[in-house]
Write a protein that binds this ligand. Structure first.
Ligand code: GBH
Length: 497
């Protein structure tokens, strides 16, 4: 029976895309088989002291071998779109040779998705750079390596894939990879300009891949964009100082990449603060970048307040360049297991900001939003998924007796955030899709397997999958194309929309 449409029901447009997301290194495993070559994440994770408990993506969710079962599970949860990434070093070995086994894997995955009525959304680069390459350059070799890789993907899969994302969160690659060293390749001792140079080359690589796609693959009639991450920055108070600080924080995170992609150049405040340390675009590069995304992909998880830094900047690194106190949260905000504040209304704010600031013609797609909870410390590890059998009968998991792993905090998170997306649309933001992060519990980068983001629980030693109640919740939202607004108790800090 169709769900009853109650007065608190928030309906999404019929064309709204509801999906889930993952990335290659976080789920595939099979890291050194079937012709796959190492990426910077293989090298990094195998270096002692880089990840929690020395975790690596060697096996991860073993999705390489279990992808058919995973696609079946997706069908059970009414997933209409699946965003995954391709492992560059699985399909190219660095000498120009194509690894046919790697191509076959993604080809089979894409075919299985299409057979299940699930639209593939493919990210070309989700942080797993081939180990022989470096975003620091040289500029021409890294950008042309990326465009060759992109061309291989368009050639092999573009007949079936109509939605491409060039890069996932270049901010993370640049800052966490080349400044804090928390992510691969783990540079901490580089010059102050390292993240800017890495980011610059990522932007040029993106622009080059988009040029190739538009010039040589127009007949595929696909769309190509980029996924940028940003946490919303709310001015600490009504002063112009705080508003200015918030704007700077947004420019140094989202604007760093969004302004070149949508307008062809870096934000003025970055150019001013960084001077020579921020590379400049030539007029040709700037023209190539301007308008180089058919849609705006946003990955958003959290928010903070913005307040001007009290101390005058010392040194000249990225964090000093911003001139904003970066970690200024409200002590009353609830937090996820990552320690990130949960601030649903901020998702509405950032969507409206993007709409107003960049007016993306192809709309905004939230390509990631989600929450880490039921971490290993708090999870009931005795909850073994022996009820997998009854779920095999199609919709059987809907029966009340079925085993589902209970993750009420994640259900609450999704309900609040989807309501915020609905509110943003009502206020004029052209939001056209939402992808939950993540389909499976997976290798959470430096956090290893200690943080769980999945709507499907993975018991890593046995690779058994169990649907969580958040999967059941999203299945209903996706089917009804809408949801009941949160009750008063479910809201965070009592804030409504
Ligand atoms: C995404 O990145 C990744 O794309 C994905 O692979 C990953 O598994 C997922 O999120 C979960 O982590 O430092 O207080 O300003 C997330 C990017 C950037 C989001 C930093 C939260 C931290 C808040 N993150 N941000 S803060």
């Amino acid at each position: 029976a169709e769900p009853a449409i109650k007065s608190g029901f928030l309906a999404f447009p019929d064309s709204f895309v509801f999906g889930v997301a993952t990335s290659a290194y976080q789920i595939e495993g099979a890291s050194d088989s079937y012709g796959r070559k190492p990426s910077i994440w293989d090298d990094f994770a195998h270096r002692p002291g880089t990840t929690s408990n020395g975790a690596t993506g060697d096996v991860a969710c073993d999705h390489y071998h279990l992808f058919k079962e995973d696609v079946d599970l997706m069908s059970k949860v009414n997933i209409k779109a699946y965003r995954f990434s391709i492992s560059w070093s699985r399909i190219l070995d660095g000498s120009g040779r194509i690894n046919e086994e790697g191509i076959q894997f993604y080809s089979d995955l894409i075919d299985s998705l299409l057979a299940a009525g699930i639209e593939p959304w493919v990210t070309l680069y989700h942080w797993d750079l081939p180990a022989a390459l470096d975003w620091l350059g040289p500029k021409d070799s890294i950008t042309s390596a990326f465009s060759t890789y992109a061309r291989t993907c368009f050639n092999s899969f573009g007949d079936r894939v109509k939605r491409w994302i060039t890069l996932n969160e270049p901010w993370c690659s640049a800052v966490l990879g080349y400044n804090t060293g928390d992510h691969a390749p783990g540079h901490t001792d580089s010059a102050d300009s390292a993240p800017y140079i890495a980011g610059h080359h990522m932007l040029l690589a993106h622009a080059e891949a988009v040029r190739v796609f538009r010039e040589d693959f127009a007949h595929q009639k696909g769309q190509i964009g980029i996924s940028l991450n940003a946490d919303w920055r709310q001015p600490m108070d009504g002063t112009s100082e705080a508003r200015h600080a918030a704007r700077r924080a947004m420019d140094f995170s989202l604007g760093w990449f969004a302004q070149p992609v949508f307008e062809g150049d870096y934000p003025e405040c970055m150019k001013k603060a960084c001077g020579e340390r921020l590379p400049a675009f030539t007029p040709g590069e700037s023209a190539l970048l301007r308008g180089s995304a058919d849609f705006f992909g946003l990955n958003c998880y959290s928010a903070n307040f913005a307040k001007a830094a009290q101390q005058p900047p010392e040194g000249s690194g990225y964090w000093n360049d911003i001139g904003v106190e970066w970690w200024h949260t409200d002590p009353d905000w609830e937090r996820s297991d990552m320690g990130w504040p949960i601030v649903p209304w901020s998702l509405r704010e950032i969507l409206l900001y993007i709409q107003k600031r960049y007016r993306p013609t192809g709309g905004i797609f939230i390509t990631e939003n989600g929450c880490a909870c039921e971490s290993d410390e708090s999870a009931d590890l005795d909850c073994r998924p022996d009820a997998l059998t009854p779920m095999e009968a199609g919709d059987a998991w809907r029966q009340e007796t079925d085993f589902v792993f209970e993750d009420p905090e994640r259900v609450r998170f999704f309900r609040a955030h989807l309501s915020a997306v609905h509110a943003a649309i009502s206020h004029g933001a052209d939001v056209r899709g939402y992808f939950a992060w993540s389909f499976l519990d997976n290798f959470e980068w430096a956090e290893g397997y200690t943080k769980r983001f999945g709507i499907v629980r993975v018991d890593f030693p046995t690779q058994e999958r169990t649907l969580k109640s958040s999967a059941r919740f999203l299945a209903e939202v996706f089917k009804a194309s809408g949801l009941e607004a949160p009750s008063k108790e479910e809201q965070y800090g009592g804030r409504t929309f």
